[in-house]
Design a protein around this ligand. Structure first.
Ligand SMILES: C[S@@+](CC[C@H](N)C(=O)[O-])C[C@H]1O[C@@H](n2cnc3c(N)ncnc32)[C@H](O)[C@@H]1O
Length: 160
């Protein structure tokens, strides 16, 4: 199964981008052994509309366009379900074994993700109850993807 990231907002060159790239690179190298591949990282611009609902709708429309047909969609949202790393690895394994070709993981911008995306999401997950800036969320999910692969592979990187 191919896993991609969909992000509202762009990572500028700098330490956040470097660290996210380092974990994504590890994920890309280790993933194929457990049937997970890094697909694409798609960044869209934050909407500049005056109204928040319009901004979220505009961003959702762009995110929908970037979704592959039939793709699974996981949203990251502080109000989502908290999983430990083993459970996240298990969820990815279940999605992989379900036979879908693509899974995209979406990170919102300053306004969060539109309810229309929540309605069609296959899972909404949180990385703790606190609100993180999207740049840090990119690093956190990249590391958890790599960690999930090591868990599925029985590699000692993850020590529970
Ligand atoms: C600055 S936050 C936006 C917060 C926004 N006010 C809201 O209500 O969703 C930017 C994005 O980072 C992600 N994010 C931030 N904190 C998170 C957390 N604790 N768990 C999962 N995702 C989080 C979400 O995708 C969110 O849309």
């Amino acid at each position: 199964m191919r896993i991609g990231l969909l992000a509202v907002g762009r990572l500028k060159a700098g330490p956040e981008k470097d660290l996210a790239a380092r974990y994504l690179d590890r994920f890309a190298k280790a993933g194929p052994a457990v049937g997970l591949e890094l697909a694409r990282v798609v960044e869209i611009n934050e909407s500049r509309a005056a109204n928040m609902e319009t901004r979220k709708r505009d961003e959702a429309a762009q995110l929908e366009k970037a979704l592959a047909d039939g793709s699974l969609l996981v949203l990251l949202d502080e109000r989502g379900k908290a999983l430990d790393s083993e459970s996240f690895a298990t969820l990815l394994g279940t999605f992989r074994d379900g036979g879908k070709r693509d899974l995209m993981i979406a990170i919102g911008g300053a306004d969060g993700l539109d309810p229309a995306l929540h309605a069609r999401a296959d899972a909404v997950l949180c990385l703790g109850k606190m609100t993180w800036p999207h740049q840090l969320v990119r690093i956190l999910i990249a590391e958890q993807l790599y960690r999930a692969v090591t868990i599925l592979a029985g590699h000692p990187y993850h020590r529970a």
